[in-house]
Design a protein around this ligand. Structure first.
Ligand code: B12
Ligand code: SF4
Length: 641
């Protein structure tokens, strides 16, 4: 009997940010003692054009078993491929697995695996077509062999075949003991964590960094830092970076508890130049909201402690929040956002929309009925898309209303988020707000509520609010569900996120913006001076490193804010800065991040082409979406008086 031919299809989220072929390697490794041969996997994105042009005809006609690895970002593609495969090869046997396969679609496939591939594939290959339609695979327990080491030629084959940077998924454990109701960690939440053999981890890392040399390495562990040995693993990753220069960048999900260990790991990776910031998965700060969504919470003090460690190590943070959780309201969302500032998390904040995952615990009738959940199919990640193919599978089912907030509230929450990002994260008013917080004892939520409400009455603020409002209403329109709606601002489609648009709009009108602020805050000399200081820190399109920038201050702001850099959160009123007139100058040309992804040069002064100028500015100042709050301010000053 001739051996069976297998093709794995696992298109990544984007070709230019691609984690290519992990499932292909797992399948090859799991079936290494079986009489099978593999075609090169479909490791890239494709569209209807590829199907119509019969790009996959030969490979599918030469396939006995097609393995589809299904995620939110490729499911439409896999369905398209399934239909086409049956057309060109009626005998093909199609097996689907992965977190996005759900009951409604089971009949499209000959076999569906719920759970891990390692414990189901051999059975399927040896027995098909006589296998159950739905297989609930057993938990895999043996993780001593490495797909990367044993299947190295296949990875290198994909790497050579692709003209895009290679990303690899890497694991040191599987499973998560928690059960946040919005999450679907490959059906492995509320599960015992299986830890991979440490020698295997080390050897695998060596092969990945020495031989594969990935641009991105994504650790798929649910809670890195959950055990002491993760510190050791972090050190190994840094050791590899020093030895081989790879991975160029590394991404991981921080364990929910163990703040001390998490910080230790964060510091090792940050100082080792593999991560740019420390990700704090706050989700929400309100305990009731967290409880409704089964998110076991970390005490406020633990977050404050964590923020304090981050400032001491000069490690920028990235705060992850989820907007639209059942139980949330406009006020609690706004307060939650501002509370993270109180904890000392000032740089990038990422407020994600609540994306309903088909296999998440919350996706049951009881919860939906209880919370009267309403969703809308929204094409998100709307900016930075390159072409129409990128739009396929970017639609998500987003919670836009429920018992605790309606659609109008959802719009309001979005507006508040964009303003808080632009004003605080991107630092348009961060210094002024900090002065009010630490010297005048005005909480961030009070300060920003006043400012945001004030701007809503101005022409400047309304110009953004009205257009953003229009955009949000378009995406909420049931008739446009699932349609791509670009954000049009001042007659132009914007390829940056709405918060970037707001920031750029205010920066381009910065004289007016700061004048309006000055008119509203108290008119003392010191407040005027801190506003002027904050204004001068902001890098705008007019900044030119050849001439540089000179600032005159009446108060000693640079030293005062520098001393605040080691204090994360407010606990008592401080004295303001000394009144010392000073002049500072900078010719700063570099934006220095921890890795090459977040480091860049200021280059826009070298061109007179307005469009190009803006592209260079956006790339340097807004470019790395995970690190925006650290890039908008001039940081390197020398005293000239
Ligand atoms: C890496 C990653 C990403 C990368 C992209 C990776 C890529 N390939 O391009 C990035 C960071 C960009 C990303 C983004 C997002 N992600 Co993500 N991501 C992951 C992560 C950490 C690893 C995926 C992985 O490869 N795991 C390792 C493999 C081995 O595990 P596995 O996928 O579970 O596969 C096993 C089984 O499912 C099964 N299996 C899988 N395929 C097949 C096929 C066959 C034939 C068989 C038999 C078995 C089988 O066997 C495998 C091994 O046992 C997972 C979490 C996790 N640890 O799994 C989330 C995860 C996949 N992401 C998730 C989500 C929600 C998102 C976002 C929507 C988040 C957001 N709100 O922005 C976005 C997507 C936005 C979009 N639509 O454009 C969800 C699930 C989504 C879904 N249903 O597909 C996950 C599970 C995390 C979670 N919170 O619940 N993600
Ligand atoms: S969000 Fe994180 S902690 Fe919560 S269940 Fe998912 S993987 Fe586990």
């Amino acid at each position: 009997m001739s051996s069976k031919r297998i093709t794995v299809s696992c298109p990544p989220i984007s070709d230019s940010f691609a984690y290519h072929c992990y499932l292909d390697l797992i399948a090859r490794e799991t079936l290494r003692h079986t009489d099978v041969e593999f075609n090169r996997c479909i490791y890239y994105r494709f569209g209807p054009g590829d199907i119509n042009n019969h790009r996959f005809r030969d490979v599918l006609q030469n396939t006995d078993i097609l393995l589809l690895s299904c995620y939110i970002w490729n499911f439409e593609l896999q369905l398209m491929l399934t239909e086409y495969a049956r057309e060109v090869n009626p005998d093909i046997f199609i097996v689907a697995g992965g977190p996005q396969v759900y009951r409604k679609y089971f009949d499209k496939f000959d076999c569906v695996v719920v759970g891990e591939a390692e414990t189901s594939l051999e059975h399927i290959v040896n027995n098909y077509p006589n296998v159950d339609h739905v297989i609930e695979s057993e938990r895999a327990t043996d993780f001593t062999v490495s797909p990367y080491i044993n299947q190295l030629p296949s990875v290198l084959d994909v790497k050579n075949d692709s003209d895009q940077p290679l990303g690899v998924i890497f694991e040191t454990s599987r499973g998560c003991p928690y059960g946040c109701s919005y999450c679907d960690w490959g059906s492995l939440t509320l599960q015992k964590v299986q830890f991979f053999d440490l020698d295997k981890v080390r050897n695998e890392l060596e092969v990945i960094c020495r031989d594969i040399q990935p641009s991105y390495m994504f650790l798929a562990d649910a809670n890195f830092g959950i055990v002491e040995r993760d510190v050791e693993i972090a050190k190994i990753i840094v050791e590899m970076k020093q030895k081989y220069g790879y991975p160029k960048s590394f991404y991981y999900s921080v364990s929910k508890n163990h703040p001390k260990r998490n910080i230790e790991i964060g510091k090792i990776l940050f100082e080792g130049g593999v991560v740019d910031n420390y990700i704090v998965s706050v989700v929400h700060t309100n305990r009731d909201v967290l409880a409704i969504n089964s998110r076991g919470n970390i005490g406020t003090n633990k977050f404050k402690e964590l923020a304090q460690h981050c400032v001491e190590h000069r490690m920028p943070t990235q705060t992850q929040l989820i907007q639209g959780l059942p139980g949330d309201t406009v006020d609690s969302w706004y307060e939650s956002f501002c509370e993270t500032f109180e904890w000392g998390l000032h740089a990038e904040s990422k407020p994600y929309w609540y994306n309903v995952l088909p296999n998440a615990p919350m996706n049951n009738k009881r919860f939906w009925d209880e919370w009267k959940i309403e969703t809308q199919k929204i094409v998100f990640a709307q900016a930075r898309l390159k072409g129409p193919d990128e739009l396929i599978d970017k639609a998500a089912e987003v919670i836009v209303a429920c018992k605790s907030f309606d659609r109008e509230d959802w719009i309001k929450m979005n507006k508040d988020s964009r303003w808080l990002q632009a004003l605080h994260n991107f630092a348009l008013l961060r210094n002024v707000a900090k002065y009010y917080r630490f010297v005048k004892d005005i909480p961030y939520k009070t300060f920003y509520r006043f400012v945001i409400d004030f701007f809503a009455l101005t022409e400047l603020g309304r110009t953004f609010n009205d257009q953003y409002d229009f955009y949000l209403r378009q995406i909420l329109n049931p008739a446009r569900a699932g349609e791509h709606t670009p954000f049009v601002f001042n007659d132009e489609i914007r390829m940056i996120e709405p918060e970037d648009v707001l920031f750029v709009w205010l920066v381009n009108n910065k004289d007016e913006f700061y004048k309006l602020i000055e008119s509203q805050l108290d008119h003392s000399e010191v407040v005027k001076d801190v506003i002027e200081f904050n204004k001068n820190l902001i890098i705008d399109l007019e900044y030119n490193p050849i001439d540089g920038r000179t600032i005159h201050t009446k108060y000693d702001w640079l030293n005062w804010f520098e001393s605040l850099e080691s204090v994360a959160c407010f606990d008592h009123v401080l004295l303001g800065p000394k009144r010392i007139s000073n002049t500072f100058h900078t010719n700063q040309v570099d934006i220095v991040g921890s890795t090459e992804w977040t480091s860049s040069r200021i280059l826009w002064h070298k061109t007179n082409n307005e469009k190009r100028k803006f592209q260079l500015y956006a790339k340097a100042i807004l470019g790395q979406i995970d690190f925006r709050g650290e890039r908008t301010q001039l940081k390197h000053w020398t005293s000239v008086s």
